[in-house]
Design a protein around this ligand. Structure first.
Ligand code: HEC
Length: 147
């Protein structure tokens, strides 16, 4: 009898723990980048290209053999064109992060849509996501801003 009670208690404890984990109880405030200030003007070469090159080019870069979904993000023209495997949709729509699949996929909650894919061991932090959003909002310029 006593044994049964402790098993029930253990199970309850585990359930509570799972619930706490799921509701983010143990997570510190995001990833430490939330409060980092965004630059006034987001610059492609300085801010954006390093993010894309570190996290996206392996599958969306110059190497045609490794390219996924036919999508290149290293060339302005390709990134701004209609997606080869997704007619009517675009990776980058200047001024409209909500219509830019590049942004939609990096903020997706769905592991099947999330970019970079979770199994690639790559991930963007919240600051990098915000940079991408602001860059698109500011017109997704691929060239350097000259002050
Ligand atoms: C490890 C390989 C890999 C990496 C790294 C990667 N992707 Fe992808 N990406 C894929 C695959 C595979 C697909 C196709 C998924 C599908 O069709 O189900 C895809 C699809 C996409 C699409 C949708 C294309 C379409 O036709 O709808 C976008 C946008 C995208 N990726 C953006 C990114 C961005 C931005 C990054 C970097 C932040 C990135 N990806 C990093 C493998 C990758």
């Amino acid at each position: 009898m006593k044994q049964k009670v402790s098993i029930v208690l253990i199970l309850l404890g585990l359930a509570a723990l799972l619930f706490a984990l799921k509701s983010g109880f143990f997570k510190s405030s995001d990833d430490g980048y939330v409060n980092q200030k965004l630059p006034e003007v987001v610059d492609y070469n300085f801010h954006i290209k390093p993010i894309l090159s570190d996290n996206c080019y392996t599958c969306h870069g110059p190497d045609a053999n490794k390219r996924k979904a036919g999508l290149r993000l290293d060339l302005e023209q390709a990134a701004l064109s209609e997606l080869p495997e997704n007619p009517g949709k675009y990776a980058v729509v200047a001024g409209r992060p909500g219509n830019s699949l590049l942004y939609r996929h990096v903020i997706s909650d769905d592991p099947k849509l999330l970019m970079p894919p979770p199994d690639s061991q790559l991930a963007l932090n919240s600051y990098e996501k915000k940079l991408l959003k602001k860059w698109i909002e500011q017109g997704a310029k691929f060239e350097k801003h000259w002050a």
